[in-house]
Write a protein that binds this ligand. Structure first.
Ligand SMILES: NC(=O)c1ccc[n+]([C@@H]2O[C@H](COP(=O)([O-])OP(=O)(O)OC[C@H]3O[C@@H](n4cnc5c(N)ncnc54)[C@H](OP(=O)(O)O)[C@@H]3O)[C@@H](O)[C@H]2O)c1
Length: 176
């Protein structure tokens, strides 16, 4: 099968590309560094053309309220390009419990991304993961105060990005 992995140069995207290609598929990574921009729409038509599946693993450059516009615009552009290109399955990676923390802009943005996909024209799958192990330094840095490291009040159950990438690849190659 042919896969367009948008955000395919990122932490999860690059691993998903490797897994799919090792499994005998044809997975091509796309991102700003390959000339594809999900916000301006530059290069999107060519990126999704001929793909059976689009896997969207892009991320917002910020986690603040600007992330809402990022996920809305990127999904609108990607869904339009995917529909035009006859893509049969659209996969995104979201966050476990995102809908339960509406006071966090970034979580609100991920729910917006899910809702936009669900309301769109393409058969879809949503994979939800907890925070990646690789992201733990950043998460804990938010509650570090000098030499004191405070555990966040919210329970955390991190997952290795490799396990997430395997799950995304399995879903993307599976039935829609
Ligand atoms: N962090 C977590 O713990 C966690 C947990 C659950 C789900 N997720 C979700 O997992 C997904 C992937 O996260 P990640 O950590 O793998 O992201 P990442 O490493 O930051 O990679 C982001 C990717 O998006 C691309 N990108 C950013 N802006 C773009 C644009 N305007 N046009 C085209 N490509 C663009 C980047 O390409 P360039 O470098 O070329 O710009 C890069 O390939 C995200 O949607 C995130 O919400 C994350």
């Amino acid at each position: 099968m042919k896969f367009a992995v948008i955000g395919g140069t990122g932490l999860i995207g690059s691993q998903v590309v490797k897994i799919l290609n090792a499994d005998g598929h044809e997975a091509v990574p796309h991102s700003q560094s390959t000339g594809v921009d999900v916000i301006s729409g530059q290069g999107l038509g060519g990126a999704v053309a001929g793909a059976d599946v689009v896997v969207n693993l892009t991320n917002s450059p910020t986690f603040d309220e600007a992330s809402l516009a990022f996920f809305q615009t990127s999904m609108d552009n990607l869904l339009a390009a995917a529909q035009k290109g006859g893509v049969g399955h659209f996969v995104i990676l979201s966050i476990v419990g995102a809908d339960q923390v509406p006071e966090l802009d970034y979580y609100k943005a991920k729910v917006l991304q899910e809702d936009t996909l669900a309301a769109g024209p393409i058969p879809y799958s949503i994979v939800r993961a907890t925070q990646f192990m690789e992201f733990m330094d950043a998460v804990l840095s938010w509650t570090v105060d000098g030499d004191s490291v405070r555990l966040p009040a919210t329970p955390i159950q991190p997952v290795a990005s490799k396990d997430v990438a395997n799950a995304v690849a399995e879903v993307a190659a599976g039935p829609r």
